[in-house]
Design a protein around this ligand. Structure first.
Ligand SMILES: [Zn+2]
Length: 86
C-alpha cells in the first residue's frame, strides 16, 4: 500500500487508511473511491482536517492549485455521509 503524508499532522501512513481530498472547481471535496483525477491531499482524521483547514494555503500547497478556504465541518460531513469513514 503506498504511503501518503497527512496535511494535518504530517504523519506518513497507508493511503488506504486516509481520506483523499481533491479540488473540484476550486473547492475542496473528499474523493473516497480515489477515482477523481489530479492531485490529492490526504488527512488521517477529522481532527487533522480541522487543523489543515485552520492553516491558510495548506490544501493549496498540497494540491498545487487554488482552492477556496474549506470549512472542515462541511467537508467532513461529505466524508461521513458517503459512508466510507466515521
Ligand atoms: Zn493526521
Amino acid at each position: 500500500m503506498p504511503e501518503r503524508t497527512c496535511v494535518g499532522c504530517r504523519a506518513v501512513l497507508d493511503k488506504g487508511s486516509m481520506v483523499r481530498l481533491t479540488a473540484v472547481e476550486g473547492r475542496l471535496k473528499p474523493d473516497l473511491d480515489g477515482r477523481s483525477g489530479g492531485r490529492g491531499a490526504y488527512v488521517c482524521s477529522e481532527k487533522c482536517l480541522r487543523e489543515a483547514c485552520k492553516r491558510k494555503d495548506s490544501f493549496q500547497r498540497a494540491l498545487k492549485t487554488r482552492v477556496e478556504q474549506p470549512e472542515a465541518e462541511a467537508v467532513w460531513e461529505m466524508v461521513r455521509t458517503t459512508g466510507l469513514k466515521g
